[in-house]
Design a binder for this molecule. Sequence first.
Ligand SMILES: Nc1ncnc2c1ncn2[C@@H]1O[C@H](COP(=O)(O)OP(=O)(O)OP(=O)(O)O)[C@@H](O)[C@H]1O
Ligand SMILES: [Mg+2]
Length: 251
Amino acid sequence: MRRGSRNIVDRVDWSVNEGERWVILGPNGAGKTSLIQLAGARLFPTVGTATILGEKVGKANAAELHPLIGLASSALDARIPGSEHLHDVVRTGAYGVTAHWREQYDEEDDQRARGLLATMGVGELADRTFASISSGEKKRVGIARALMPDPEILLLDEPASGLDLGGREELMGSLRTLSSDPAAPSMILVTHHVEEIPAGFTHVLLMKDGSVLDSGEIDDVLTSENLSECFGIKLGVEKTGDRYTARATLN
Ligand SMILES: Nc1ncnc2c1ncn2[C@@H]1O[C@H](COP(=O)(O)OP(=O)(O)OP(=O)(O)O)[C@@H](O)[C@H]1O
Ligand SMILES: [Mg+2]
Protein backbone atom coordinates (compact mmCIF):
# COMPACT_ATOMS: atom_id res chain seq x y z
CA MET A 1 0.00 0.00 0.00
CA ARG A 2 1.56 3.24 -1.16
CA ARG A 3 0.70 6.63 0.33
CA GLY A 4 2.58 9.61 -1.04
CA SER A 5 6.17 8.52 -1.52
CA ARG A 6 6.00 5.80 1.16
CA ASN A 7 5.03 2.15 1.14
CA ILE A 8 3.05 1.92 4.37
CA VAL A 9 2.50 -1.84 3.90
CA ASP A 10 5.38 -3.32 1.96
CA ARG A 11 6.22 -6.78 0.61
CA VAL A 12 3.76 -8.58 2.87
CA ASP A 13 3.28 -12.23 2.01
CA TRP A 14 0.76 -13.63 4.48
CA SER A 15 -1.89 -16.36 4.51
CA VAL A 16 -4.51 -16.98 7.16
CA ASN A 17 -6.21 -20.37 7.10
CA GLU A 18 -9.66 -21.19 8.40
CA GLY A 19 -9.76 -21.71 12.15
CA GLU A 20 -6.52 -19.81 12.79
CA ARG A 21 -6.51 -16.88 15.19
CA TRP A 22 -3.82 -14.32 14.44
CA VAL A 23 -2.35 -11.41 16.34
CA ILE A 24 -0.74 -8.54 14.41
CA LEU A 25 1.78 -7.03 16.82
CA GLY A 26 4.06 -4.04 16.34
CA PRO A 27 4.87 -0.48 17.37
CA ASN A 28 2.93 2.71 16.51
CA GLY A 29 2.96 3.44 12.79
CA ALA A 30 4.10 -0.09 11.82
CA GLY A 31 1.19 -0.50 9.39
CA LYS A 32 -1.04 -2.78 11.49
CA THR A 33 -4.28 -0.85 10.97
CA SER A 34 -3.54 -0.48 7.24
CA LEU A 35 -2.99 -4.24 6.95
CA ILE A 36 -6.13 -5.19 8.90
CA GLN A 37 -8.17 -2.73 6.79
CA LEU A 38 -6.80 -4.54 3.75
CA ALA A 39 -7.76 -7.87 5.31
CA GLY A 40 -11.26 -6.45 5.77
CA ALA A 41 -11.53 -5.25 2.15
CA ARG A 42 -11.89 -1.69 3.48
CA LEU A 43 -8.63 -0.62 1.78
CA PHE A 44 -6.99 -2.05 -1.32
CA PRO A 45 -3.42 -2.87 -2.34
CA THR A 46 -1.71 -0.36 -4.65
CA VAL A 47 0.44 -3.17 -6.04
CA GLY A 48 -0.03 -6.89 -5.57
CA THR A 49 -3.15 -8.82 -4.63
CA ALA A 50 -5.21 -9.72 -1.60
CA THR A 51 -7.54 -12.72 -1.79
CA ILE A 52 -10.18 -12.98 0.90
CA LEU A 53 -12.64 -15.88 1.13
CA GLY A 54 -11.63 -16.84 -2.41
CA GLU A 55 -12.30 -13.35 -3.83
CA LYS A 56 -9.58 -11.09 -5.15
CA VAL A 57 -10.21 -7.84 -3.30
CA GLY A 58 -11.13 -4.76 -5.30
CA LYS A 59 -13.63 -1.94 -5.17
CA ALA A 60 -16.14 -3.96 -7.21
CA ASN A 61 -16.72 -6.70 -4.65
CA ALA A 62 -15.96 -4.81 -1.41
CA ALA A 63 -19.63 -4.31 -0.51
CA GLU A 64 -20.32 -8.03 -0.94
CA LEU A 65 -17.34 -8.99 1.19
CA HIS A 66 -18.05 -6.58 4.06
CA PRO A 67 -20.91 -8.54 5.71
CA LEU A 68 -18.66 -11.62 5.70
CA ILE A 69 -15.92 -9.77 7.56
CA GLY A 70 -16.80 -8.26 10.94
CA LEU A 71 -14.59 -5.33 11.93
CA ALA A 72 -14.37 -3.57 15.28
CA SER A 73 -12.16 -0.50 15.67
CA SER A 74 -12.26 2.82 17.48
CA ALA A 75 -12.32 4.58 14.10
CA LEU A 76 -15.61 2.82 13.39
CA ASP A 77 -16.95 3.61 16.89
CA ALA A 78 -16.27 7.30 16.22
CA ARG A 79 -18.75 7.19 13.33
CA ILE A 80 -21.64 5.95 15.47
CA PRO A 81 -24.03 8.76 16.52
CA GLY A 82 -24.07 9.20 20.29
CA SER A 83 -27.88 9.22 20.39
CA GLU A 84 -28.10 5.71 18.91
CA HIS A 85 -29.37 3.05 21.32
CA LEU A 86 -27.01 0.10 21.81
CA HIS A 87 -29.57 -2.32 20.54
CA ASP A 88 -29.57 -0.38 17.24
CA VAL A 89 -25.77 0.02 17.27
CA VAL A 90 -25.56 -3.78 17.17
CA ARG A 91 -28.53 -4.40 14.85
CA THR A 92 -27.22 -1.99 12.19
CA GLY A 93 -24.06 -4.13 12.07
CA ALA A 94 -26.14 -6.65 10.07
CA TYR A 95 -26.11 -4.13 7.22
CA GLY A 96 -22.72 -2.57 7.86
CA VAL A 97 -24.30 0.87 8.40
CA THR A 98 -23.57 2.97 11.46
CA ALA A 99 -26.98 4.54 12.16
CA HIS A 100 -30.54 3.28 12.13
CA TRP A 101 -32.45 4.56 9.10
CA ARG A 102 -35.03 2.53 7.21
CA GLU A 103 -33.61 -0.97 7.29
CA GLN A 104 -36.04 -3.73 8.20
CA TYR A 105 -35.27 -6.03 11.10
CA ASP A 106 -37.17 -9.09 12.15
CA GLU A 107 -37.61 -10.72 15.53
CA GLU A 108 -34.62 -12.96 14.86
CA ASP A 109 -32.32 -9.93 14.32
CA ASP A 110 -33.58 -8.41 17.59
CA GLN A 111 -32.91 -11.57 19.51
CA ARG A 112 -29.49 -11.99 17.94
CA ALA A 113 -28.52 -8.40 18.84
CA ARG A 114 -29.65 -8.88 22.44
CA GLY A 115 -27.89 -12.26 22.63
CA LEU A 116 -24.61 -10.79 21.35
CA LEU A 117 -24.76 -7.91 23.83
CA ALA A 118 -25.27 -10.48 26.58
CA THR A 119 -22.40 -12.65 25.29
CA MET A 120 -20.10 -9.63 25.43
CA GLY A 121 -21.23 -8.93 29.00
CA VAL A 122 -23.22 -5.75 28.29
CA GLY A 123 -26.71 -7.22 27.91
CA GLU A 124 -28.21 -5.00 30.59
CA LEU A 125 -27.16 -1.86 28.67
CA ALA A 126 -29.22 -2.60 25.51
CA ASP A 127 -31.53 0.39 25.96
CA ARG A 128 -28.81 2.92 26.78
CA THR A 129 -27.41 5.35 24.20
CA PHE A 130 -23.92 4.98 22.74
CA ALA A 131 -22.87 8.37 24.16
CA SER A 132 -23.79 7.27 27.69
CA ILE A 133 -21.51 4.23 28.01
CA SER A 134 -17.85 3.97 29.01
CA SER A 135 -14.98 3.37 26.58
CA GLY A 136 -14.63 -0.23 27.79
CA GLU A 137 -18.33 -0.85 27.27
CA LYS A 138 -18.00 0.64 23.77
CA LYS A 139 -15.31 -1.91 22.94
CA ARG A 140 -17.66 -4.74 23.89
CA VAL A 141 -20.56 -3.26 21.95
CA GLY A 142 -18.26 -2.85 18.93
CA ILE A 143 -17.39 -6.55 19.00
CA ALA A 144 -21.06 -7.53 19.39
CA ARG A 145 -21.81 -5.32 16.38
CA ALA A 146 -19.01 -6.89 14.32
CA LEU A 147 -20.45 -10.35 15.09
CA MET A 148 -24.01 -9.36 14.11
CA PRO A 149 -23.85 -10.49 10.43
CA ASP A 150 -22.40 -13.87 11.58
CA PRO A 151 -19.13 -13.16 9.73
CA GLU A 152 -16.61 -15.71 8.47
CA ILE A 153 -13.78 -13.49 9.70
CA LEU A 154 -13.62 -11.21 12.75
CA LEU A 155 -11.11 -8.34 12.73
CA LEU A 156 -10.38 -6.48 15.97
CA ASP A 157 -8.16 -3.39 15.88
CA GLU A 158 -6.86 -2.77 19.42
CA PRO A 159 -9.91 -4.17 21.23
CA ALA A 160 -8.29 -3.72 24.66
CA SER A 161 -6.91 -0.19 24.29
CA GLY A 162 -8.25 2.14 26.95
CA LEU A 163 -9.56 -0.67 29.14
CA ASP A 164 -8.61 -0.90 32.81
CA LEU A 165 -6.88 -4.04 34.05
CA GLY A 166 -10.11 -5.76 35.10
CA GLY A 167 -11.82 -4.76 31.87
CA ARG A 168 -8.92 -6.03 29.80
CA GLU A 169 -8.86 -9.36 31.59
CA GLU A 170 -12.64 -9.73 31.25
CA LEU A 171 -12.34 -9.00 27.54
CA MET A 172 -9.50 -11.56 27.25
CA GLY A 173 -11.86 -14.08 28.87
CA SER A 174 -14.70 -13.24 26.44
CA LEU A 175 -12.38 -13.56 23.44
CA ARG A 176 -11.01 -16.83 24.75
CA THR A 177 -14.55 -18.20 25.11
CA LEU A 178 -15.42 -16.96 21.64
CA SER A 179 -12.30 -18.49 20.09
CA SER A 180 -13.00 -21.87 21.66
CA ASP A 181 -16.41 -22.04 19.95
CA PRO A 182 -16.02 -24.26 16.85
CA ALA A 183 -18.60 -22.08 15.03
CA ALA A 184 -16.64 -18.88 15.76
CA PRO A 185 -15.18 -16.93 12.85
CA SER A 186 -11.45 -16.88 12.11
CA MET A 187 -10.00 -13.96 14.04
CA ILE A 188 -7.30 -11.36 13.53
CA LEU A 189 -6.49 -9.01 16.40
CA VAL A 190 -4.20 -5.97 16.31
CA THR A 191 -2.34 -4.89 19.43
CA HIS A 192 0.85 -3.25 20.75
CA HIS A 193 1.01 -5.40 23.88
CA VAL A 194 1.70 -9.11 24.36
CA GLU A 195 -0.47 -8.91 27.51
CA GLU A 196 -3.44 -8.27 25.19
CA ILE A 197 -3.12 -11.58 23.35
CA PRO A 198 -6.06 -13.73 24.48
CA ALA A 199 -5.52 -17.40 25.28
CA GLY A 200 -6.48 -19.55 22.31
CA PHE A 201 -4.77 -17.36 19.70
CA THR A 202 -2.56 -19.48 17.48
CA HIS A 203 -0.35 -17.27 15.28
CA VAL A 204 1.51 -13.95 15.34
CA LEU A 205 2.59 -11.55 12.60
CA LEU A 206 5.22 -9.09 13.80
CA MET A 207 5.25 -5.79 11.89
CA LYS A 208 7.83 -3.04 11.75
CA ASP A 209 8.06 -0.11 9.33
CA GLY A 210 5.36 -1.54 7.07
CA SER A 211 7.05 -4.92 6.66
CA VAL A 212 6.77 -8.31 8.28
CA LEU A 213 9.57 -9.04 10.73
CA ASP A 214 8.43 -12.60 11.34
CA SER A 215 5.20 -14.58 11.27
CA GLY A 216 4.00 -18.03 12.22
CA GLU A 217 2.96 -20.05 15.24
CA ILE A 218 2.86 -17.95 18.36
CA ASP A 219 5.53 -19.73 20.42
CA ASP A 220 8.00 -19.75 17.52
CA VAL A 221 7.59 -16.05 16.73
CA LEU A 222 7.00 -14.42 20.12
CA THR A 223 10.61 -14.67 21.30
CA SER A 224 12.53 -12.08 23.34
CA GLU A 225 14.90 -11.61 20.38
CA ASN A 226 12.11 -10.94 17.87
CA LEU A 227 10.19 -8.66 20.22
CA SER A 228 13.35 -6.65 21.02
CA GLU A 229 13.99 -6.12 17.33
CA CYS A 230 10.36 -5.23 16.65
CA PHE A 231 10.11 -2.54 19.35
CA GLY A 232 13.75 -1.39 19.23
CA ILE A 233 14.43 -1.98 22.94
CA LYS A 234 15.81 -5.02 24.74
CA LEU A 235 12.80 -6.99 25.96
CA GLY A 236 12.26 -10.27 27.74
CA VAL A 237 9.05 -12.18 27.08
CA GLU A 238 7.55 -14.72 29.45
CA LYS A 239 4.71 -17.16 29.07
CA THR A 240 2.45 -18.11 31.97
CA GLY A 241 -0.21 -20.64 31.04
CA ASP A 242 -1.55 -19.40 27.71
CA ARG A 243 -0.74 -15.73 28.29
CA TYR A 244 2.33 -13.56 27.72
CA THR A 245 4.06 -10.68 29.45
CA ALA A 246 7.03 -8.60 28.28
CA ARG A 247 9.29 -6.08 29.96
CA ALA A 248 12.59 -4.33 29.35
CA THR A 249 15.65 -6.28 30.43
CA LEU A 250 18.59 -4.50 32.01
CA ASN A 251 21.40 -6.05 29.99
N1 LIG B 1 -3.79 7.85 4.11
C1 LIG B 1 -2.53 7.92 4.51
N2 LIG B 1 -1.67 8.83 3.98
C2 LIG B 1 -0.39 8.92 4.40
N3 LIG B 1 0.14 8.14 5.36
C3 LIG B 1 -0.66 7.23 5.92
C4 LIG B 1 -2.03 7.06 5.55
N4 LIG B 1 -2.57 6.08 6.28
C5 LIG B 1 -1.59 5.66 7.10
N5 LIG B 1 -0.45 6.34 6.89
C6 LIG B 1 0.84 6.16 7.58
O1 LIG B 1 1.18 4.81 7.47
C7 LIG B 1 1.82 4.36 8.65
C8 LIG B 1 1.10 3.15 9.18
O2 LIG B 1 -0.16 3.54 9.69
P1 LIG B 1 -1.10 2.54 10.47
O3 LIG B 1 -2.28 3.31 10.95
O4 LIG B 1 -1.34 1.36 9.61
O5 LIG B 1 -0.14 2.14 11.68
P2 LIG B 1 -0.46 1.27 12.98
O6 LIG B 1 0.56 0.18 13.05
O7 LIG B 1 -1.87 0.87 13.02
O8 LIG B 1 -0.14 2.33 14.13
P3 LIG B 1 -0.82 2.51 15.60
O9 LIG B 1 -0.24 1.41 16.44
O10 LIG B 1 -0.33 3.84 16.04
O11 LIG B 1 -2.31 2.42 15.43
C9 LIG B 1 1.84 5.53 9.60
O12 LIG B 1 3.10 6.14 9.55
C10 LIG B 1 0.77 6.47 9.05
O13 LIG B 1 1.07 7.81 9.31
MG1 LIG C 1 -3.46 1.31 14.29
